[in-house]
Design a protein around this ligand. Structure first.
Ligand SMILES: Nc1ncnc2c1ncn2[C@@H]1O[C@H](COP(=O)(O)OP(=O)(O)OP(=O)(O)O)[C@@H](O)[C@H]1O
Ligand SMILES: [Mg+2]
Length: 234
């Protein structure tokens, strides 16, 4: 069984379903990437995995345990960390306060984890007393990822971590994400930069209208002429 197994998820926000039997799996220490057109339900699928959406069908297991009925906060305690697509930092709080907020469920000393985040993103140590809202887009995304790492997640979920950043900053961020995965943390990531993201993906999902259109290794999806033509711009 996969480390994360979100199978056959069906549900939405009101009467109409957005997800139609969507399945997402991530192995231990691997990177899974979700791509697909705007409005496909990628963020909705992430919210469903994190427990922010009541599912009408399907189930979510983490490390073999059924967590379908758990709240997002309970899922954090089970080892999920989530960086949402929008509003993912507290702009009027300092970088360090943002990281402290990330550690909210921890009763132990989180100093070591904060040091690890600063080692991963050295610029954040430099800017630790500056308000997150004053940082560049790329730096803000680092704060958001760092905040999620503060609970020492086993699964890190990222919804468009490279949105609005330059290609160089995107490459840099992807390198850091690979580094995180190498420590054994599983990554589930939504990305608009489909080619670059599939390049680093062990597993790739093309989501269309709330359902799995293509599922394969990142490399196989990149090599699939149909996927290339329709979703990767040729
Ligand atoms: N809070 C909400 N309430 C009602 N409908 C919503 C809500 N959030 C999203 N939707 C609808 O659900 C559908 C899927 O949206 P979602 O944000 O999951 O897509 P996405 O694949 O993440 O798109 P994007 O690439 O633009 O981020 C859209 O039709 C959207 O209008
Ligand atoms: Mg989205």
């Amino acid at each position: 069984m996969s480390f994360l197994d979100a199978s056959e998820m069906t549900g939405g926000y009101g009467a109409a379903d957005i997800l139609h039997g969507c399945t997402l799996k991530v192995e231990k220490g691997q990177i899974a990437v979700i791509v697909g057109p705007n409005g496909a339900g990628k963020s909705t699928a992430m919210k469903a995995v994190f427990g922010m959406l009541r599912l009408r069908g399907g189930r979510v297991t983490l490390d073999g345990e059924d967590i379908t009925a758990l709240s997002p906060q309970e899922r954090v305690k089970k080892g999920m960390g989530f960086v949402p697509q929008v509003n993912n930092v507290f702009p009027t709080m300092s970088v360090e306060e943002n990281l402290e907020m990330g550690a909210f469920i921890r009763a132990d000393d989180f100093r070591d984890t904060m040091d690890q985040v600063y080692e991963l993103f050295p610029i954040l140590r430099e800017k630790r007393h500056q308000n997150a809202g004053e940082l560049s887009g790329g730096q803000r995304q680092q704060v958001a990822v760092g905040r999620a790492l503060m609970t020492k997640p086993k699964l890190l979920m990222l919804d468009e971590p490279t949105a609005g950043v330059s290609p160089i900053v995107m490459d840099e961020l992807f390198d850091r994400i690979i580094e995180v995965a190498r420590t054994g943390i599983s990554i589930l990531m939504v990305e608009q930069n489909a080619r670059q993201a599939l390049e680093i993906a062990d597993q790739g999902y093309v989501l269309v209208q709330g359902a799995n259109k293509y599922t394969d290794t990142g490399a196989a999806l990149m090599a699939d002429p149909e996927v290339r033509r329709t979703f990767l711009g040729g």
